[in-house]
Design a protein around this ligand. Structure first.
Ligand code: TYD
Length: 208
């Protein structure tokens, strides 16, 4: 039986890492056979592409190159890790996927949805997530929450205006992408984690 494919999305500071950690704890406790992986990266070659994309010295990188590198890292990750795990019937949980490209490169960088969908059609083919959890918190709120806690936070480095465009890019996906499911993050991290768990239960991805 083919496994389920879940991805998690959100702006910087949305608490994605925390939620993935809490989800992993719950999956462990429930004895679910799963893998947790991330983008860009998740395989040796894709991690090397990640280094090029995220290298602060690469200021000359054009938007198209960035988008194509994300897609290149994605297809390597899919073939090496995601598809084999799904074929073994495992649950795959991936930190970011195509919806990040749609929000960051498509919306915030301005390449457009069609451009991102076209290049990703070569990369992902029909490897679409069954469920995408979008941690819905505006970047200014995430920024307030983190402010003072991490002086090197990327929100401060990239500028709030960019992250507001990313956030709007995410919001625009709601309704157009049936798998893209916003989760309200205004409560505590444990409340958000419970909402995510209920969502997984409701979809029959985890039992109980
Ligand atoms: P990372 O340090 O993993 O950020 P985070 O913890 O917020 O996930 O870096 C990943 C960065 O790559 C993040 O800024 C989002 C960006 N990204 C894109 O712009 N497009 C993409 O397709 C993906 C997968 C990530």
């Amino acid at each position: 039986m083919k496994g389920f494919f879940i991805t998690m999305e959100g702006c910087e500071g949305s608490g994605k890492s925390t939620q993935l950690k809490l989800l992993a704890q719950k999956l462990n406790a429930a004895g679910v056979d799963y893998i947790l992986t991330r983008e860009p990266g998740g395989s040796e070659i894709a991690e090397r592409i990640r280094e090029i994309i995220l290298d602060g010295k690469n200021t000359a990188m054009c938007d198209e190159c960035e988008a194509l590198l994300y897609a290149a890292a994605r297809v390597q990750h899919i073939k090496e890790k995601i598809l084999p795990a799904l074929a073994e019937g495992k649950l795959v949980v991936c930190d970011r996927y195509i919806h990040s490209s749609l929000a960051y490169q498509g919306a915030a960088r301005g390449l457009g949805r069609e451009y991102i969908e076209t290049i990703n059609s070569y990369a992902i083919k029909n490897c679409r997530p069954d469920l995408t959890i979008f941690l819905n918190i505006p970047p200014e709120r995430a920024f307030e929450r983190k402010h003072g806690a991490d002086e090197d936070d990327r929100i401060e480095q990239m500028g709030l205006a960019f992250h507001q465009k990313v956030y709007k890019g995410y919001l625009d996906l709601i309704g157009d992408y049936p798998e893209f499911t916003p989760v309200d993050c205004s409560g505590t991290k444990f409340e958000t984690s419970d909402k995510i768990w209920q969502l997984l239960k409701g979809r029959g991805i985890v039992g109980g």
